[in-house]
Design a binder for this molecule. Structure first.
Ligand code: AMP
Ligand code: GLY
Length: 429
């Protein structure tokens, strides 16, 4: 397994709980992963040459490359050409995430519904003319991977078209090209699915909270937390809208197969639901972080067996998930998202129970005392019958984490859910 965050801790935990032996390739000394794996290599996730030589020495039954940065290297292609079974997409198939231009153009060429108005510009004058003539608000995106932090949305991150154009010109100077999209309004949701190149097996829906502060304010982050519901839908996403999103993922998988690059791995769509329907914000080529951790905490199945089926094109069954709601909250250093002040945290033994799990993210140290980096530290996930109950359980367990940290208590509260339902015109629960 490649990767060393909370998502990979959750992957490693499912694998070791099902009796699989894991060798982890990770850049940080994540105490939980190191404790559970039978071996590890401390290596940069993008150092594909070292990681492929580790694989050739160990000759594992299966390789899983988790983080997006590693998928944007020759790693998977090299492993596949040496004959390894790999449950992750080839570099070309991963372009559905690593090139936003490729994703939008696949949707256009295969007439896949849910696309949004978008254009890639390299010419500043043409961009200026087009943007100033638009009625809609805009979103400015670098084309490649930015860890969720390069996208700027009008009304949230800048207020005038001129400010948006200035940022877009900055990106053109750096990358040569920039993507401008029409701004969508509504509620975002995530649908992740296992894909073996042709079959698409869905997981429960989730919602990610990207803003640093309560009430969805402050800078965008890698994600402060996420929720799922016991119905596997969300209070503000109907079964019909979820089926629309699933059909979009199926069509994308078919399009990639027709392009000669079948997608093997986790296909993860970020969608926006509004009164007008379901549209695509992003397609990713991996488990979401944090929402993937909710999936792994809910998964009542052997991930190793499922991933082997993904790798061998034999995904001939559904994957089982516990019928509970789940809420995840990330414990982060104070100032995360702008000027983080990392310190140490100590964690009481006994924080984990049957319905509360703790996953270690960008930290080092021991399971009882960790040193934070500038990034997210601990993911606490609770399962319960309802989203607000699960949210309360996470909050109660925070009393067992000691040190200076921030956490968003509002994620999954009844008040927050009511507000989202009202904004979409649904009756409040
Ligand atoms: P991305 O890195 O593309 O996932 O974008 C980060 C965040 O920017 C998304 O989760 C959305 O909240 C927002 N965003 C991206 N594209 C759009 C869009 N076309 N309309 C509105 N918001 C968007
Ligand atoms: N949940 C955001 C991401 O994984 O990109």
């Amino acid at each position: 397994m490649v990767g060393g965050g909370a998502r990979e801790d959750a992957i490693c935990r499912n694998l070791s709980d099902h009796g699989h032996k894991v060798h982890a390739c990770l850049s940080n000394r994540n105490p939980s992963i190191l404790g559970r794996s039978s071996g590890y290599t401390i290596v940069s996730e993008t150092d594909w040459e070292t990681i492929s030589s580790v694989a050739s020495v160990l000759s594992p039954d299966l390789v899983f490359v988790s983080p997006d940065a590693a998928l944007d290297t020759p790693l998977v292609d090299t492993l596949l050409s040496s004959g390894h079974a790999v449950a992750s997409p080839s570099r070309k198939a991963a372009m559905i995430e690593t090139s936003k231009h490729f994703m939008r153009s696949v949707m256009e060429r295969y007439s896949i519904e849910g696309n949004v108005w978008n254009r890639t510009f390299s010419d500043r004058d043409e961009m200026r003319k087009t943007v100033l003539a638009m009625k809609e608000e805009i979103v400015v995106k670098p084309l490649g991977l930015t860890g969720g932090k390069g996208v700027r949305v009008m009304g949230d991150h800048f207020s005038t078209r001129e400010e948006g154009l200035a940022y877009a010109e900055e990106i053109i100077s750096k990358d040569g090209r920039v993507l401008i999209e029409e701004k969508l309004r509504g509620e975002e949701f995530s649908l992740q699915a296992f894909c073996d190149g042709s079959r698409v097996i869905p997981m429960p829906l989730a919602q990610d909270y990207k803003r640093a502060f309560e009430g969805d304010t402050g800078p965008n982050t890698g994600g402060m937390g996420s929720i799922t519901d016991s119905s596997f839908l969300l209070p503000f996403v109907t079964g019909e809208n979820r089926n629309r999103a699933l059909r979009i993922l199926e069509k994308i998988a078919r399009a990639l197969r027709e392009e000669g690059s079948p997608f093997t791995g986790i296909l993860y769509g970020q969608f926006m639901v509004s009164r007008e329907g379901v549209r695509v914000i992003e397609i990713n080529a991996r488990f979401a972080d944090p929402e993937g951790i909710n999936m792994l905490a809910l998964m009542d199945d052997d991930l190793g067996e499922v991933l082997m089926k993904v790798a061998t094109g034999d995904l001939n069954r559904n994957v089982k998930f516990t019928g509970k709601a789940s809420v995840l909250k990330y414990v982060v250093p104070v100032g995360y998202g702008s000027a983080p002040e990392p310190g140490d945290l100590s964690i009481d033994r006994g924080i984990e129970r049957a319905d509360v799990r703790l996953f270690y993210a960008s930290v080092s140290g021991t399971v009882e005392r960790v040193t934070m980096s500038r990034s997210r530290a601990l993911a606490i996930v609770a399962l319960s019958d309802s989203i607000p109950e699960a949210s309360g359980k996470v909050d109660a367990s925070l009393a067992m984490v000691h040190g200076r940290f921030s956490v968003r208590k509002d994620i999954g509260t009844e008040q927050m859910i009511r507000k989202k339902m009202q904004s979409l015109g649904y009756p409040a629960p």
